[in-house]
Design a protein around this ligand. Structure first.
Ligand SMILES: NC(=O)c1ccc[n+]([C@@H]2O[C@H](COP(=O)([O-])OP(=O)(O)OC[C@H]3O[C@@H](n4cnc5c(N)ncnc54)[C@H](OP(=O)(O)O)[C@@H]3O)[C@@H](O)[C@H]2O)c1
Length: 246
């Protein structure tokens, strides 16, 4: 049986660790040629490329700080040039800076928006120029767009709310071209962004399933949205949170 993404070319931003790395692995396992960006985890990025190539796949790691719009545009161009096009963009790279209201600096505010929001828009703008009918764009937002849950998270929640509304807006721009765009909203997921075991224990009772998510579970939803089967889903924010919002 042919793989769901054979002949497809994908770019995942922030693919060196966590949810992004799981999406890279899943799209590659489904047959896609996969490029991904990273900002600092060079060893991990190279190890993923080696792993995917050893399994017979095509992979490319690109150092591109999402805070730098030109670096994101160049990563899109390099992907299309290297693999001969672009069918799937997963805008995943994100950072989390938590601080109380009184202490939240403008520098941190601007960095949060540069990485979590501006880079997503810039990457989508650049990627859509390469996409044909059937193109797929997936943003990784967060359940915090709908429920902040705890103090200090207002700016992060704001960036993820912006991703949800951008996704709705761009569905209208891209729909006439047969390109879909959807937003995956994970709940608490066990990655480096969520490293503290005490936090995990505090979160578990808030989850209907009593546990945090795993990166490969989030990757499964992204892979579905990237598939031909998801052709009628667009502009949606899909929550995958173990019942955190339930
Ligand atoms: N974990 C959760 O509970 C959770 C819940 C909801 C939503 N999310 C969202 O899911 C996405 C992935 O989160 P995660 O938990 O997998 O985080 P993570 O484990 O911290 O991994 C973040 C990834 O993004 C890359 N990255 C960070 N800053 C970057 C920058 N400036 N430029 C380029 N790449 C950058 C990192 O690469 P380097 O190591 O090279 O910097 C890494 O590959 C984020 O958008 C996050 O907001 C996470």
């Amino acid at each position: 049986m042919s793989q769901p993404h054979s002949t497809k070319i994908a770019l995942v931003t922030g693919g060196s660790r966590g949810i992004g790395a799981a999406i890279v692995r899943r799209l590659a396992a489904d047959g896609a040629a996969v490029a991904f960006t990273y900002s600092s985890s060079e060893h991990k990025a190279k190890a993923i490329v080696a792993e995917l190539e050893a399994a017979g796949g095509r992979a490319l790691a690109i150092r591109a700080d999402s805070a730098d719009a030109k670096a994101v545009q160049d990563a899109v161009a390099l992907t299309a040039e290297t693999f001969g096009g672009l069918d799937i963009l997963v805008s995943n790279a994100g950072i989390l800076i938590l601080n109380p209201l009184d202490d939240y600096s403008l520098e941190d505010f601007d960095r949060m928006f540069a990485v979590n929001v501006r880079a997503a828009f810039v990457g989508i703008q650049a990627a859509a120029r390469h996409m044909k009918e059937g193109g797929r764009i997936i943003t990784i937002g967060s359940v915090t767009a709908d429920r902040s849950g705890f103090p200090t998270s207002a700016v992060y929640s704001m960036t993820k709310g912006a991703i949800a509304s951008m996704t709705r807006g761009l569905a209208r721009d891209l729909g006439p071209r047969g390109i879909t765009i959807n937003n995956v909203q994970p709940g608490p997921t066990a990655t480096d962004m969520n490293p503290n075991e005490d936090d995990h224990e505090r979160l578990k009772p808030l989850m209907a399933l009593g546990r945090l998510g795993e990166d490969r579970e989030i990757a499964g939803l992204a892979a579905y949205l990237a598939s031909a089967e998801a052709a009628f889903v667009t502009g949606a924010s899909l929550t995958i949170d173990g019942g955190y919002l339930a």
